[in-house]
Design a protein around this ligand. Structure first.
Ligand code: ADP
Length: 248
């Protein structure tokens, strides 16, 4: 019932590994088009939470409701990806020996094989979508360059573009700013802000400057459940949050 009006709704989710509760009564709700930042000390359960949402890990208890009605705990990883939940891991994985534009095309035409896709006539709709994404990720000028020649930050943006090409409803993004320069970090925050609205976005991040630049509601995880929620200023003034970070 509380899933109404939500794009992603975790209700009292728990999972244990060898008796250790990595996720412990976690409840979380993202509205359609919302961007949320998730922070928390090491071991708080951030990765496990994303593994549960994407079907990599099955929870022992609780519901994970996607788009108000689909119980993700009943689906496997492939199904969940196909239903529109995209995940960006920390390290960029682009096709280094292909151009920026071809990386996007390959992702857009995902179901066709690599050679079929690159040899086939590209449709007008595909070409337009690639241009749109190039603009969103600000790599128009690099379209014909090999992905291998991009900076670390640009590769991250390209990979975000490749996810966009699959038209996901929800995007889970794991530490996008890791290893970036300050300028790239701020550009990444701007990029995610352009994407939110059309997509629901959950960003797990350690870099507080980056979280501040996102300017969205923050959820603090600790010991597998939500410790605090609100603006970055609100949660960073919370004594429990301060203790959870200092206590490690
Ligand atoms: P975070 O991403 O916030 O650093 P994780 O989700 O990686 O936290 O881990 C939460 C806790 O669960 C940690 O104590 C971790 O050691 C434990 N954990 C995670 N995955 C497994 C696993 N497959 N087997 C055993 N323990 C795990």
């Amino acid at each position: 019932e509380f899933a109404r009006g939500s794009m992603l709704y975790l209700d009292d989710v728990s999972v244990s590994f060898d008796g250790f509760k990595a996720i412990n009564g976690l409840s979380l709700m993202l509205a359609p088009g919302e961007m949320r930042a998730v922070i928390g000390p090491n071991g708080a359960g951030k990765t496990t939470m994303m593994d549960i949402i994407t079907g990599k890990t099955r929870p022992d208890h609780g519901d994970v409701i996607f788009d108000q009605s689909i119980d993700l705990t009943r689906h496997d990883e492939t199904d969940i990806a196909r239903m529109g939940i995209g995940r960006k891991f920390q390290k960029p994985t682009v096709f280094e020996t292909h151009t920026v534009a071809d990386n996007l095309l390959l992702s857009l035409a995902g179901k066709r094989g690599v050679f079929e896709t690159l040899l086939a006539q590209i449709t007008g709709a595909e070409a337009r979508r690639i241009e749109e994404i190039l603009e969103t990720i600000r790599l128009e000028e690099r379209r014909d360059d090999l992905a291998a020649d991009l900076s670390h930050g640009q590769k991250q943006w390209l990979e975000i573009g490749m996810l966009l090409a699959q038209d996901p409803k929800v995007l889970l993004v794991d530490e996008p700013a890791a290893g970036m320069t300050d300028a790239e970090t701020m550009a990444t925050a701007d990029l995610l802000k352009r994407i939110a609205g059309e997509h629901t976005v959950m960003v797990v991040e350690h870099d507080m400057e980056f979280v501040r630049a996102l300017g969205v509601k923050v959820t603090v995880l600790n010991e597998g459940s939500v410790l605090a929620e609100g603006s970055l200023d609100h949660v960073s003034a919370d004594p429990h949050v301060i203790e959870s970070y200092l206590g490690r």
